[in-house]
Design a binder for this molecule. Structure first.
Ligand code: NCD
Length: 304
């Protein structure tokens, strides 16, 4: 029984395997439509979500399985003071696999220690979000055809943005990746990730506050939302929220084959005028997330 709490829980070979399965699901959806017949996915969401929860649920339905769960802590026994450990033991009696999102870093890990079924981390606080990374990786693979020799810009809230943390971890295992970290000083990538991932693996990276200056180098621009819910005070949020707003003018010097990514939800950091630009990939990410979650559910349930 295996859980996925961190993207590094999956080897590079396993990631390649998931991409292959997702590509095959896209080509031959009918082949997969009964694979999870009789199986149940529990979605335990203690924090808001649109894409992650609904794509997990759509994934399970498209595999012929069923879904149960809750979408807010207030409607679960957490509101009565139940621990994550007890919730995980309980849900193990009713479902075959869990997808859990929680505002506390490490909660899905605790769940995995106590569950008797696989647990997937669907986002834990400002820490990690491995299944968004699966969506991001399939997008990169389908857009660029490779995971190596890419200059990848991460822009916005690199401090609290858990999707950034997981994607940097994932890309750290490929060669020739150059990381360009674009953020205000207050929202820089946490030093534990800089030290333990970038520096430890001798990866090339630069930090800057200026998006336009680095734009011409980028193969991928990964925009992020300033994570209001993780701020300690509203004033800081208000001061930083509009640090980067991507507009068509700012793309003047960008590569013709740049891929513009964003895990969504978008607030205002990408102008809607960019949505029609062929370089905009963020709604493809939404769709690809469902296929990668299908591939992951099959893997963790050990279904061929
Ligand atoms: C992200 C998240 O929840 O971390 N959303 C998502 O799952 N696609 C990004 C965000 O909320 O800004």
């Amino acid at each position: 029984m295996r859980s996925v709490i961190d993207i590094l829980d999956l080897t590079v070979e396993e990631l390649d395997g998931l991409v292959k399965v997702a590509d095959d699901i896209i080509e031959n959806p009918n082949k997969y439509s009964e694979k999870c017949k009789g199986k149940k996915l529990a979605t335990l969401f203690f924090e808001p979500s649109t894409r992650t929860r609904l794509s997990f649920e759509a994934a399970m339905y498209e595999l012929g399985g069923n879904v149960l769960g809750f979408s807010e802590a207030q409607s679960s026994s957490a509101a009565k003071g139940e621990s994550v450990a007890d919730t995980a033991k309980t849900v193990s009696c009713y479902a075959d696999i869990i997808a859990m999102r929680h505002p506390k870093e490490g909660a899905p890990l605790v769940a995995s220690y106590n569950a008797t079924i696989p647990v997937i981390n669907a986002g834990d606080g400002g820490h990690n979000h491995p299944t968004q990374t699966l969506a991001d990786l399939l997008t990169i693979h389908r857009e660029k055809g490779r995971f190596d020799n890419l200059t990848v810009g991460f822009c916005g809230d690199l401090k609290f943005g858990r999707t950034v943390h997981s994607l940097i971890n994932a890309l750290s295992r490929y060669s020739g990746i150059k990381f360009v970290l674009i953020s205000p000083d207050e929202l820089k990538l946490p030093s534990y990730i800089k030290k333990e991932v970038l520096e430890k693996n001798n990866l090339e990276y630069v930090q800057t506050t200026n998006l336009e200056e680095v734009m011409p180098q980028l193969d991928i621009l990964y925009m992020t939302r300033v994570q209001r819910e993780r701020f300690f005070n509203e004033e800081d949020y208000l001061r930083l929220k509009d640090s980067y707003i991507l507009t068509p003018e700012k793309l003047t010097n960008a590569k013709k084959d740049l891929s513009i990514m964003h895990p969504l939800p978008r607030v205002n950091e990408i102008s809607v005028a960019i949505d029609e630009d062929p370089r905009a990939c963020y709604f493809k990410q939404v769709l690809y997330g469902k296929y990668m979650r299908m591939a992951l559910i099959l893997k963790l349930l050990e279904i061929e």
